[in-house]
Design a protein around this ligand. Structure first.
Ligand code: DX5
Ligand code: ZN
Length: 228
């Protein structure tokens, strides 16, 4: 079922010793996407998982895999993630010397391209890229770690980017997801939706809770209230 609002649990906070099981559990609990954080200890000061692990979780997912690349360089690894089953591949413009080329490469590899804006990255980076994107991801924390606090100015940025995304969708006729990543929880998800997001990454809020289904259901009820 496609929801108006999509919830994308971040595997970063899952139990990596039981990853397949965790993926199945969170999908059964109502996840619309599985968010897969790739860190290289170079672009960000942490190291996680690569295409091999993406390929390993693929048969357990059953929903699109949303790959968030926090790596530099970007291009070398894109085809590997496409082969490993990524549906969306997002990257940070600061990590690629040729942003337009990387977007094209993701598309040519058969995936949906996304651009990720850090908390201090201005939305003007979307001016000549948005018509080619299927997803815009606004970071509401500095990338590298789960469990950080939501940066409030993201709400102002969301309102601006929502306007840009709506105009681009009208121009191109294509759906462009507007996703938020970092510090998203049931108690702020309503405000984040009201500011314009439609897709919500949540790591610690879901995997740190005892009942994934109850947490996702609570998030959905907050979303319904926020836009009622
Ligand atoms: C941070 C990652 C996030 C992270 C979110 O660099 O991109 O996806 O897992 O974790 P929470 O939801 O705990 O802030
Ligand atoms: Zn992420």
């Amino acid at each position: 079922m496609t929801h108006r609002f999509r919830i994308a649990p971040s595997l970063l906070s899952a139990d990596f010793a039981r990853l397949g099981e965790e993926v199945r559990a969170v999908v059964a609990a109502g996840a619309d996407l599985v968010h897969f954080d790739v860190m290289d200890n170079h672009y960000v000061p942490n190291l996680t998982v690569g295409p091999l692990v993406c390929e390993a979780i693929r048969p357990h997912a059953g929903v699109p895999i949303d790959v968030h690349l926090m790596v530099a360089p970007v291009d070398r690894i894109v085809p590997d993630f496409a082969k490993a089953g990524a549906a969306y591949i997002s990257f940070h413009p600061e990590a690629s010397p040729h942003v337009d080329r990387t977007i094209a490469l993701i598309r040519e590899s058969g995936c949906k391209p996304g651009l990720v804006l850090n908390p201090a990255t201005p939305e003007s980076v979307l001016d000549w890229t948005l018509d080619k994107l299927d997803l815009v991801l606004l970071m509401s924390v500095n990338p590298g770690f789960g469990g950080q606090a939501f940066i409030p100015h993201t709400l102002d940025k969301l309102r601006r980017v929502r306007t840009m995304v709506d105009a681009a969708s009208a121009r191109t006729g294509r759906e462009i997801l507007l996703e938020v990543d970092g510090g998203v929880k049931a108690d702020n998800i309503g405000a984040i939706a009201a500011a314009g997001a439609d897709t919500f990454v949540a790591g610690s809020a879901i995997f740190g809770s005892p009942d994934y289904a109850a947490t996702i259901a609570k998030m959905r009820s907050e979303l319904a209230k926020a836009v009622a």
